[in-house]
Design a protein. Structure first.
Length: 368
């Protein structure tokens, strides 16, 4: 299966340090949040891998360290790493800022996010002591509640959600790291899973709900990925990368292929391919000079490509191929006896030439 760097695009001045990203595969665009006190969101067209434009938010709406998207409703939500924290709602159709919520004093520094589209809620983890999770209702863009973790469970860096199972998992920036489990139905803390020594600050997370595992990339050198079993909330094991493959900041998962890809915070950046079946390192792609620090990542739905946002000035997005595009569907030609049965009545509605099919000769000699 293909696994290679395809190319990169460089943003304009002031569009720097890409820290968050969301993707609208159906419409063919990705959106990257930048680092800055007043931060832009940059829109990228996927078809030709080009920068479309940028949306500059209101003063002090930034840096944009987290984001989620509700494609069906047509909105994206960017969390600001600010004090107090602010959440900004973006309309995708015209790429405009719709509204913002600024939370109360003490609710600071949104660092990660997860969304339950079916239920209509989004969850934002804060880099506070102790850690806090903000629950927001999407239908009216309002604060529902804020959940505070227990002492020692601070600095939430990553989030993964299992809507069908009814739980979310938040990685804390502790040493060693901790994973806190939250029940969605009553928005309550269920428990904590301490990781082992040397498994610090889980910054990246991907989840395979069908197989029942969630994976956390740790801020270590070399990088480590910890595997957690969802059903009993236990640590299964750890995968350590090779020398120089440090600090997995971001990740995406290809559930059908059984693969995960972790972007490293290295110079230049790297992407590590992990086989989930046996939880092993497969291979790596190393970027070109100046394409540094993979802090944001999104993938298309096949998935065929992953797009990694770099922490550079100006910002860069690197496109990595991870699979082959599916073949186009084979045109459908009805069974011959069905066409004969309807004879010329159907002929006035079907143009086989228009469908790209060869003419069809019927038993009576008629050619369609």
């Amino acid at each position: 299966m293909a696994f290679e760097r395809i190319g990169s695009i460089t943003f304009e001045a002031g569009e720097q340090y890409l820290y968050s990203a969301v993707i609208d595969v159906a419409a063919g665009f990705a959106y990257f949040g930048c680092y800055g006190l007043t931060a832009p969101i940059v829109k990228v067209r996927l078809s030709d891998f080009s920068r479309v434009g940028a949306l500059l938010l209101a003063p002090y709406e930034g840096p944009l360290l987290s984001a989620v998207i509700d494609v069906a409703a047509g909105f994206a939500y960017f969390g600001c790493y600010s004090s107090p924290a602010t959440l900004v709602k973006i309309q995708l159709s015209d790429f405009s800022r719709v509204a913002a919520i600024t939370f109360a004093t003490g609710v600071n520094y949104i660092r990660c996010a997860a969304i339950d589209v079916a239920a209509g809620f989004a969850y934002f983890g804060c880099l506070t002591t102790p850690g806090q999770v903000i629950k927001v209702r999407l239908s009216d863009f309002s604060l529902v509640s804020i959940l505070s973790f227990e002492a020692g469970e601070h600095s939430i860096l990553s989030a993964a959600i299992d809507p069908s199972g009814g739980f979310a998992y938040f990685g804390c920036g502790t040493s060693p790291g901790k994973i806190v489990k939250v029940r969605l139905s009553d928005f309550s803390r269920v428990g904590v899973l301490p990781l082992e020594a040397g498994e610090d600050s889980p910054r990246a997370s991907v989840i395979d709900i069908a197989s029942g595992f969630v994976y956390f990339g740790c801020y270590t050198n070399p990088g480590k990925v910890v595997k957690v079993k969802i059903s009993d909330f236990t640590r299964v094991g750890v995968l350590t990368f090779e020398a120089g493959e440090s600090s997995p900041y971001s990740g995406v998962i290809d559930i059908l292929a059984g693969l995960a890809y972790f972007g490293c915070g290295t110079t230049p950046g790297q992407v590590i391919k992990v086989k989930l079946s046996d939880f092993s390192r497969d291979s790596a792609v190393v970027y070109e000079s100046g394409e540094n620090y993979n802090l944001a990542s999104v993938s298309d739905s096949t998935p065929t490509y992953v797009y990694f946002g770099c922490y550079t000035n100006p910002g860069k997005v690197v496109k990595v191929k991870i699979g082959e595009a599916p073949p186009p569907p084979t045109p459908y030609r009805p069974e011959k006896h069905l066409i004969c049965g309807y004879n010329c009545f159907i002929k006035q509605y079907i143009d086989f030439t228009h469908l790209g099919l060869a003419p069809l000769k019927l038993p009576d000699g008629t050619v369609w």
